[in-house]
Design a protein around this ligand. Structure first.
Ligand code: ARG
Length: 261
């Protein structure tokens, strides 16, 4: 994770960002800190990146890399404004001694890649259409040695995979069908017949931008119906308020890069 100390909406690279809307960075830090405490309280170890002035989107740490079984596939941001973030993630991963593979193709890390270790023997789901480019999916497959399933995103409000789909345990997902092309919806339905589905209201409240440890699902507090559906499916929803970070176009998952080693 990376503190939103320098968070601001200085440019608009997704439909949620409005450069004229005021942003309260102090409140953003408070809400982000509650998220960090929630994860620690659930027993997770949280590493922190040092936020850098001039990189207002650094708080969305999910976009910096994608890691599977100790191998890290680095990010290459689509927009110039975020390009420098990739090096800070790379330096962190290398300092931990993990195998780092530098990308040649445009991809935004966990923003567009999800990993399900128990689905069909270990599957990577990958989004494209807005940020990550299709050739990066093949590059990730070569880097990580896991089959990558490409899913086409078609609604600009769901510009990353992680605002439309999340793993809720090692083998199942929750998603919002409307974010995907109809063919990709069929693929998801074939791979995950037991998936939990979200409605448009919860999806637009960033409900799918969640993290789950297989039992506890930390999600945006506004996604109330989705919390109910997850509870009915046997999970424990843990709602957190992240209204300020919504102004940059992200929520829970965007703030968290999962370390799988
Ligand atoms: N303002 C950031 C961008 O547009 C938000 C990134 C959200 N991160 C995510 N993993 N979806 O790039």
């Amino acid at each position: 994770m990376c503190s939103p100390e320098h968070f601001a909406v200085e440019y608009a690279i997704n439909p949620w960002m409005d450069v004229t809307a005021p942003v309260d960075a102090e409140l953003a830090v408070k809400q982000w800190d509650r998220l960090r405490e929630t994860l620690v309280g659930l027993g997770h170890e949280v590493h922190l990146l040092v936020p850098e002035p001039g990189l207002p989107d650094m708080v969305y740490a999910a976009n910096g890399a994608f890691m599977v079984d100790g191998t890290v596939y680095g990010a290459r941001f689509k927009h110039e404004q975020r390009a420098a973030e990739a090096a800070t993630h790379r330096a962190f991963h290398e300092s931990q001694g993990w195998r780092f593979i530098a990308p040649n193709e445009t991809n935004e890390g966990e923003g567009d890649f999800a990993y399900l270790p128990e689905a069909h023997g270990g599957l990577v789901l990958a989004g494209y259409g807005f940020r990550t480019e299709l050739p990066a999916h093949a590059e990730a497959q070569e880097a990580l040695g896991r089959p990558v399933v490409s899913l086409r995103l078609v609604d600009p409000r769901f510009y990353h995979l992680d605002v439309a789909l999340a793993s809720i345990d090692d083998g199942n997902v929750v998603y919002y069908p409307g974010a995907f092309s109809s063919a990709s919806q069929r693929v998801l339905n074939q791979l995950f017949p037991d998936a939990v589905l979200a409605d448009d209201e919860d999806a637009l409240a960033f409900g799918l931008n969640l993290v789950s440890d297989g039992a506890n699902v930390v999600l945006n507090s506004e996604a109330t119906r989705l919390a109910g559906r997850l509870k009915a499916a046997g999970y424990t929803p843990v709602p957190v308020e992240l209204a300020e970070l919504k102004k940059g176009g992200g929520s829970v998952k965007c703030c968290i890069a999962e370390l799988r080693y």
